[in-house]
Design a protein around this ligand. Structure first.
Ligand code: ZN
Ligand code: ZN
Length: 205
C-alpha cells in the first residue's frame, strides 16, 4: 500500500481552520497574554485533523468503532490518521501534515527497548518501525508480540504479530490453508484468522 496522496479536501480543511484561528486571534491573544502564554503557530488541532466525511457506513459517523471491554479504535474508513504523524515522530522526510495510515501491529524502537505498537501508520512511519504486520480492529489488545495468526492474501501466511510472516511460512502454508478452509468467514475480517496452537508451535522465527 502506498501512502495516501495529499487531497484537495484536506488542504481546504486546513485553510478553513487557519481562517477560523485568525478570526478568533484577537480574543485568543488577549486571553493568552492574560495567562502569560505565547501565541502558538497556527496549526490545525492534531486530534481532529479534518472533519469526518458525510455518512460513513462503517462507524455511522462516530469516527470510532467499539472493541471489547468498552475500548474503541478509530474508524478504518474515515478516521485512520497515522498516530505517529500526529505525535510528530520524525521520519526521513519532513512531515508537514498527518497522513492516513493502515492498521498494523509493529515493534517501535524506544530508549527502553522495543515496544509493541498497535494503530494506524502511514508508509513513512512504517519505515521507522523495526517490523510490523497488518491486523484488523478486533485483534487490537488481544495478541502479544510474536503470537501467530493467519493471513490470506492470495497465498496463506502464518504471521507473527508485529513481526511479519514466519520464517518458514511456505512450509506451513498447506496446514494454514486447511485452517482457513475450516472457517465459513474470517473471524477478524480482512481475511485474517486465528492460528491453532499446534500450527503456531511449528513457527520458526
Ligand atoms: Zn467511519
Ligand atoms: Zn505518519
Amino acid at each position: 500500500m502506498r501512502a495516501a496522496v495529499p487531497t484537495p479536501a484536506v488542504s481546504a480543511t486546513v485553510s478553513i481552520v487557519i481562517g477560523e484561528t485568525t478570526r478568533k486571534s484577537g480574543s485568543f491573544h488577549q486571553a493568552a497574554t492574560t495567562v502569560g502564554l505565547l501565541f502558538r503557530p497556527q496549526i490545525p488541532n492534531p486530534s481532529s485533523p479534518t472533519a469526518l466525511p458525510v455518512d460513513c457506513p462503517r462507524c455511522e459517523n462516530r469516527g470510532v468503532l467499539a472493541l471489547d471491554d468498552d475500548r474503541t479504535i478509530a474508524c478504518p474508513l474515515c478516521n485512520n490518521w497515522c498516530s505517529l504523524c500526529l505525535e510528530g515522530v520524525p521520519t526521513f522526510v519532513h512531515i508537514i501534515r498527518p497522513y492516513r495510515g493502515s492498521l498494523i501491529a509493529g515493534m517501535r524502537p524506544t530508549i527502553d527497548g522495543e515496544r509493541l505498537f498497535e494503530g494506524y501508520v502511514c508508509d513513512y512511519h512504517k519505515a521507522t518501525l523495526r517490523s510490523y504486520s497488518s491486523i484488523a480492529p478486533p485483534m487490537v489488545g488481544c495478541y502479544e508480540a510474536g503470537q501467530s495468526y493467519i493471513a490470506m492474501q492470495g497465498r496463506v501466511f502464518v504471521v507473527r504479530y508485529a513481526y511479519g510472516q514466519a520464517a518458514n511460512w511456505q512450509e506451513l502454508e498447506d496446514a494454514a490453508r486447511q485452517v482457513v478452509a475450516s472457517y465459513r468467514y474470517a473471524p477478524y475480517g480482512s481475511e485474517l484468522y486465528p492460528c491453532p496452537a499446534e500450527l503456531a508451535a511449528q513457527v520458526v522465527r
